[in-house]
Design a protein around this ligand. Structure first.
Ligand code: HEC
Ligand code: HEC
Length: 221
């Protein structure tokens, strides 16, 4: 049955092409130089506002901590989802266990592209699908504010995810569908500034849609 051989051959070739396309398409993409140039010198006072708008403490503070202790960003909260349990890591200024050794470019690639300094994809449980809409200058300010927070040693436990969700590379394909820096809700030219500023807070740092929209609806492009 020569046709069967041909069919199997075609399937193998198509499978190979698909695998190569999937591998290439899922590669982590970092910010371009043009965007990195907009990070600016960073202003900690402005960054404080972004830090609270972004709700970083709700996931990265030690679970159950109160008051100023919430600024010790040691991580460890368990975010239980249908994919498994995500654990926000230590993002304090500790150079070994936190992000004290990160550059502002590292933070920008994490927040705007979901890519770690070593080139791994982050899981979107870290709401960078919203943060990706933030202005680079706000990331520069946020970085300056994070620098004023304490260094606290201690690694948070690792995520615990089942197959295939434990394979980070697959997130690259998810990003092709869902990662965008474009606004979700289009507004016509001439929309008043406070409305535009409010949209920015809601869709960007405030990441309201991460909880208040239906899971997995692709953003409008
Ligand atoms: C809804 C929970 C949540 C919020 C809110 C959140 N994060 Fe995270 N963050 C995570 C999770 C979960 C991870 C780990 C993702 C992974 O394992 O890929 C993470 C990872 C990170 C990392 C990577 C750290 C490392 O060691 O690789 C940085 C940096 C970070 N977050 C900064 C922030 C900042 C800054 C804010 C506020 C603007 C913030 N996060 C808000 C959940 C959150
Ligand atoms: C991490 C998930 C999450 C994010 C992010 C989030 N919310 Fe919520 N929100 C909730 C939950 C859960 C409730 C219900 C709380 C309750 O009933 O105690 C809620 C309640 C509300 C309510 C009250 C609704 C009512 O009918 O009582 C408003 C208003 C609201 N959120 C607005 C916002 C806005 C605006 C943002 C962005 C700045 C936002 N939320 C971001 C999870 C979230």
């Amino acid at each position: 049955m020569p046709w069967l051989k041909k069919l199997v051959g075609a399937i193998v070739i198509l499978g190979g092409v698909g695998a190569v396309a999937g591998w290439v398409g899922s590669a982590p993409v970092r910010l371009d130089r043009e965007t990195l140039a907009k990070l600016g010198p960073g202003d900690a006072a402005r960054g404080k506002r972004i830090f609270y708008a972004g709700g970083c403490t709700s996931c990265h503070a030690k679970p159950g901590s109160q008051g100023d202790a919430r600024l010790q960003l040691v991580g460890g909260l368990e975010l239980k989802t249908p994919f498994g349990t995500f654990v926000p890591p230590n993002i304090s200024q500790d150079a070994k266990d936190g992000i004290g050794a990160w550059s502002v470019e590292d933070l920008a690639n994490a927040m705007l592209k979901g890519v770690s300094p070593s080139g791994r994809h982050f899981y979107p449980a870290f709401p960078y699908a919203s943060y990706a809409r933030m202005n680079p200058a706000d990331i520069g300010d946020l970085y300056a504010f994070l620098k004023t927070l304490p260094a606290v040693a201690g690694k948070a436990p690792a995520n615990s995810l089942g197959f295939p969700f434990n394979i980070r590379r697959g997130i690259g394909l998810w990003k092709l569908l869902y990662l965008s820096d474009q606004p979700v809700v289009p507004f016509p030219a001439g929309t008043p500034d406070p409305v535009m500023a409010g949209r920015y807070l809601v869709e960007g740092p405030g990441h309201c849609g991460e909880c208040h929209t239906f899971f997995f609806v692709p953003p409008a492009r």
